[in-house]
Design a protein around this ligand. Structure first.
Ligand code: MG
Length: 376
């Protein structure tokens, strides 16, 4: 996002920046973009950030006001001087700030897919009432959004999400059970954070994106398909009722969908090169294997049931991925934990935000219990 903003300094002013725990990078970014507010996710880093932020002062910059944790994020989401909030928080933690920003009348560029997975029903209703557009940052949803420009909804037959298939596309179940965190973190095409990289390897990321697409585009699950496309050049497709298919192609670089979320409805030049079709030669497509990668099936099931079940799927997955990265759970255990937690859940339909957060907390506790049994 800051790369995009750096290209168009006349269009943007950074009002606030938030980071999880990387103070060094946050301070470097603050030195360059001079925001009025900084937030660090980990409350125990607040004092350090406050001390270090004094070094940022120059004659044309008074330095930032410093906040911490979820309260800090909530404060940033509603700042009166802010027009647009880009939410790229990892996990269910990002839900409340998104709600607050919509209620405060901000435009939302949404990279936090958990907002839509866990709170899709509420957040889309809220955005509808507030007349706010949720601008997708996720590359697949950005692709679909781009393909839909100039079309009417009743002309759409289906959406096709592409998935790279992750680094373990060719492994059988025995091979998958032996996968290490290091191997899972080596994504073939995209450079992303650890949580989403593991989600790409299990295909849970694509499962979450099915639910995300359902809420973003208001389309039923039967009309959302997934196809494996290892080159990650076709970012997703829309099938129209006359059989025509529109696809969006681009190099795998998140700056392109981020820029479109910021520039919509315009397109600005030119941060990314177009893909070189001749150099690429072949683009291939295959069906996903839901036996070896059950996350896709679990996510579709959670989405179709609806209510609090997608929040439970997501929370159990967050706990299981953290356990896998901490070597407390095998790779194939991630989907197993998610399935068992989903089985035990009594779904609440048309949930409030409190119901969603309660289901999230319940699912994490149960997942941790199941993981502890595996570990011992
Ligand atoms: Mg994506």
């Amino acid at each position: 996002t800051l790369d995009v903003i750096r290209q168009f300094p006349e269009r943007f002013q950074v009002a606030a920046l938030a980071s999880g725990s990387n103070l060094e990078l946050l301070l470097d970014q603050a030195r360059e973009f001079k925001p009025r507010y900084l937030v660090v996710g980990k409350p125990e880093l607040y004092e350090k950030l406050k001390d270090d932020s004094h070094t940022l002062k120059t004659k044309d910059y008074d330095g930032p006001e410093v906040m911490a944790g979820i309260d800090g994020l909530m404060a940033l989401a509603v700042l009166p001087e802010v027009d647009m909030v880009l939410n790229a928080v990892v996990g269910a933690l990002g839900i409340r700030p998104t709600f607050a920003a919509i209620q405060a009348g901000k435009d939302i560029a949404l990279a936090n897919k958990e907002t839509l997975v866990a709170g899709g029903e509420l957040v889309t209703a809220l955005a509808g009432r507030a007349g706010r557009l949720l601008r997708p940052v996720d590359s697949e949803h950005s692709a679909i959004w781009q393909c839909l420009q100039g079309s009417r909804w009743e002309e759409v037959r289906a959406l096709v999400l592409t998935a790279s298939g992750g680094p373990f596309r060719g492994l059988d179940r025995t091979g998958l059970a032996r996968v290490t965190p290091e191997e899972a973190l080596r994504h073939p095409n995209w450079r992303m954070g650890p949580k989403i990289t593991v989600d790409s390897a299990t295909l849970m990321n694509k499962g979450l994106e099915i639910i995300e697409a359902h809420w973003l585009f208001g389309i039923d699950y039967e009309r959302i398909r997934v196809v494996i496309h290892p080159q990650s050049i076709v970012h997703s497709l829309v099938v129209f009722r006359d059989g025509a298919v529109l696809a969006q192609l681009g190099v795998p670089d998140m700056r392109l969908p981020i820029q479109y979320a910021l520039s919509y409805p315009e397109r600005w030049g030119h941060l990314c090169e177009a893909p070189d079709l001749v150099a690429m030669g072949a683009l291939t497509f295959e069906a996903p294997d839901e036996e070896r990668f059950p996350a896709l099936r679990l996510a579709r099931e959670a989405g179709k049931t609806g209510g609090t079940l997608p929040a439970v799927l997501n929370a159990a997955n967050e706990a299981a991925v953290a356990a896998f990265l901490g070597r407390r759970l095998p790779f194939t255990g991630i989907a197993e934990v998610v399935a068992r937690v989903m089985d035990r859940h009594h779904t609440v339909f048309h949930p409030t935000l409190e119901d969603i957060m309660a289901a999230d907390a319940w699912a994490r506790r149960l997942a941790e219990g199941l993981i502890a049994k595996v570990t011992s």
